[in-house]
Design a protein around this ligand. Structure first.
Ligand code: SAH
Length: 389
């Protein structure tokens, strides 16, 4: 089962490559249990981590940084851990194999199209990053060419040549990023071929994914995670559900089939736009989407005296805010299902929720990132009646 990676040391992403998959799963379980020790009520309620049958090449999204080697040849890969030096990557054990091939093709095309790679120090050159996203269920493939300038002289011929080499590609987008920070995508983009987005299917729902929208990178495990989250909510069809940090609407849309209505909130405007389309595409009419900061939105709901039966929340790595958690308790949901990609911020937030009257009952873990140190958990909490204290 073990595989070797030539870039393991320099890249530093796959911290668990020296272990067996089984050992790694155990390590992740221990990590979550350790971080949640401050919730003694969870003792004896940790369910065995849900691993992958084939934990390789699971990433549906691959980002490559472009640079030149000492001889001036274009290279693409990842930044060496903690630096801005690019390590060339041709194949990666966790990335989608087709995505890696497409990136290799692009690298090979640069010279004949006289496309210069961008130089971070001088600001000279055009191509900065290539992002490939693939819908594993639909087979759709999106290529995003991130350039430093909107002027891309041979873009039509370049796109045609790329499509000829990889007819599997369903859309090509040029994104312009002339900033100097570490964000990959800029604000401006132009569709060079196809629809400008891909679709994928999860838990029987179809989802539109734009270049900048968040979408889980391991769809096989994501289905298990979302199904578990919705199952733990024990919906009967009568509930008002909040889906906070909803991204492109995934969890709330899946849950909507079992609820009266869903109120979904998300900060990223592109994701909200996708979410609204996703509801339509799936013929779902009982979900409303709001583009707002989730904390502020819940505070406003609480001020208006609104109530909710179930709160589904899936915040980013740094977790939720005190404002969000306090307002959440004021809305008085009987259950909170907290999905977390970071056991540290999860532990902190559970501590706050406990003081607000929510008792953590079960912890489920799903391995969404084999060989990488991250682990996803789902916690079900019940309201013990200290609402809003
Ligand atoms: N539930 C979604 C997305 C989870 S990722 C899914 O599973 O696909 C976390 C999401 O929170 C991202 O889409 C991010 O844009 C959003 N986000 C980050 N900070 C936020 C905030 N303060 N208010 C609302 N949404 C926020």
């Amino acid at each position: 089962m073990e595989k070797k990676c030539v870039n393991e040391k320099k890249c530093g992403n796959c911290k668990y490559l020296h272990m067996t998959y089984k050992e790694q799963l155990k390590k992740k379980e221990e990590f979550v249990k350790h971080e949640l020790e401050k919730c003694p009520e969870l003792k004896g309620h940790f369910k065995p981590i849900i691993g992958m049958e084939n934990p390789w090449n699971y990433r549906n999204k691959v980002t490559a940084v472009f640079d030149r080697d000492r001889k001036g040849n274009p290279i693409s890969g990842v930044y060496q851990e903690g630096t801005h030096r690019v390590i060339p990557v041709e194949k990666c054990l966790i990335e989608d194999e087709l995505a890696d091939k497409i990136i290799g093709t692009i690298r090979g095309m640069l010279r004949s199209f006289k496309i210069k790679v961008y130089d971070e120090d001088t600001g000279y050159g055009l191509l900065r990053y290539v992002l490939v996203r693939r819908g594993f269920a639909t087979g759709e493939v999106m290529v995003v060419l991130v350039t430093a300038s909107p002027i891309f002289p041979s873009k039509r011929n370049f796109t045609n040549a790329l499509l000829k080499a990889h007819p599997e590609i369903t859309t090509v987008v040029q994104n312009v990023n002339n900033r100097t920070d570490s964000l990959i995508l800029g604000d401006k983009q132009q569709v060079l071929f196809g629809k400008g987005y891909i679709e994928d299917i999860l838990c029987g729902c179809r989802f539109r994914i734009s270049p900048a929208s968040f979408y889980q990178i391991n769809p096989v495990q994501t289905e298990k995670l979302y199904s578990k989250a919705v199952e733990l909510a024990e919906l009967s069809g009568k509930e008002t559900v909040i889906d906070a940090y909803c991204g492109i609407g995934t969890i709330g849309l899946i849950a909507s089939k079992h609820a009266k209505n869903v109120i979904s909130v998300e900060l990223n405007p592109d994701a909200v736009r996708d979410a609204i389309v996703n509801a339509k595409v799936n013929g779902i009419k009982n979900v409303r989407f709001y583009k707002a900061d989730a904390g502020r939105f819940l505070t406003q709901m609480a001020e208006e005296g609104a109530k909710a039966d179930v709160l589904l929340m899936d915040p980013p790595r740094n977790g939720s805010s005190e404002e969000f958690l306090r307002s959440a308790a004021l809305l008085g949901p009987g259950k909170i299902v907290y999905i977390s990609c970071n056991p540290v911020s999860l532990g902190r937030d559970l501590g706050v929720l406990k003081k607000l009257g929510y008792r953590a009952e079960e912890c489920w873990m799903v391995d969404m990132f084999p060989w990488v140190g991250h682990v996803e958990s789902v916690i079900i909490m019940q309201n013990c009646g200290l609402k809003g204290k």
